[in-house]
Write a protein that binds this ligand. Structure first.
Ligand code: TK8
Length: 337
């Protein structure tokens, strides 16, 4: 690390000596940065992208122009990840759950009932564990900058209230494209249907699926209440988003430009979490007002669900995830104490 830093310093120094004409306080070029995301512009995700756009502009004297592309208009999470890897797109934000095809370890965050609250999640994602996983993206052509909050996930469907896990039987439930989610919901007796988020609304509207699971903020901003009657507060998984950059693109930036991006990303994270948490407090009342029938799962029922997902947990551990899961649980316990 030390060696790398002095090499970087030395090359920086050489460049400064060789190109004194271009000397300016900061090495920033005018750039257009395409930043894609899946939710709508008015969602918590959209508000945080807007914040990031403004931060980047402020911090670069208007040179680093970020353009946000909402509603998966640049593609689904998985399509955008590949565009970043190939260098065809610069930045995105999306679920970590859909990264499992690139770095398998991310599946550890999809295991249910790990985090009790947002504070535990923040500590783990911003701490060494979250950073270690993000760093694994580098050799795959991605840079994981910061984690945003998607939130605790809850169930909706158009068939019936889910008060006990048996009520899920036979419900065609859209899940993210991720084996842990598929195993988990099949384990609960639903028919798990992996599908990208960008296809979800239509799938519910046409009855291709009966239900889905997402945080209340998303159920609100994506207007799922128009096609879903029942909301069950289950908080089965705490779901993060991750802000990604194309490594190919990022590596071509100057140190000054990278510093601005990194710092603006951290600022956007703090903004996003605060904003999302405030927004989620209003969501339940909003969704009730829109006609959703809402129930909370009892502790006893959640306990039964924990038992029922044990095979999915064991499968994850047996597939080589045991150490990782232990490590994560250790990190959570540290915060809990
Ligand atoms: C948006 C998705 C979404 C996620 C999902 O692109 O797919 O259900 O929760 O937030 O990343």
């Amino acid at each position: 690390m030390k060696l790398l830093r002095s090499v970087l310093l030395a090359t920086g120094l050489a460049a400064a000596i060789l190109a004194p004409v271009a000397a300016s306080a900061q090495d920033i070029k005018p750039r257009l940065i395409r930043f894609g995301y899946g939710l709508s512009e008015s969602s918590n995700q959209g508000r945080a992208v807007k914040f990031f756009v403004e931060e980047m502009s402020k911090r670069s004297g208007g040179k680093l122009k970020v353009k946000g592309f909402a509603d998966a208009s640049l593609g689904s999470d998985i399509q955008m990840q590949n565009a970043l890897i190939g260098g065809a797109q610069e930045m995105m934000v999306g679920s970590t759950a859909t990264l499992v095809g690139i770095v398998k370890d991310f599946a550890v965050f999809d295991l249910p009932f790990l985090f009790n609250n947002e504070q535990e999640a923040d500590a783990v994602f911003d701490g060494p564990f979250g950073q270690k996983l993000a760093a694994k993206l580098n050799e795959k052509g991605l840079v994981g900058l910061v984690y945003w909050e998607n939130g605790f996930r809850n169930l909706t469907n158009s068939k019936r209230p889910v008060e006990k896990v048996e009520d899920l039987k036979g419900i065609k439930l859209r899940v993210m494209q991720n084996p842990v989610y598929i195993d988990m919901f099949n384990g609960f007796g639903a028919n798990a249907v992996p599908l990208s988020f960008s296809e979800l609304f239509t799938a519910m509207e046409t009855g291709t699926v009966d239900g889905q699971e997402n945080p209340v903020t998303t159920i609100q901003s994506s207007k799922f209440y128009e096609v879903q009657k029942y909301l069950t507060i289950s908080k089965h998984v705490y779901s993060p988003w991750i802000v990604l950059a194309s490594k190919r693109w990022y590596d071509g930036l100057s140190n000054d430009e990278r510093k601005i991006i990194n710092e603006a990303a951290v600022a956007s994270r703090d903004f996003e979490r605060k904003d999302s948490r405030e927004a989620s407090k209003q969501s339940i009342a909003y969704l009730k007002d829109k006609g959703m029938q809402i129930n909370e799962l009892s502790d006893a029922e959640l306990g039964r669900m924990r038992e029922m997902v044990k095979p999915a947990m064991d499968k994850f551990a047996a597939d080589g995830g045991a150490d990782l899961l232990n490590e994560l649980q250790g990190e959570i316990n540290k915060v809990r104490k």
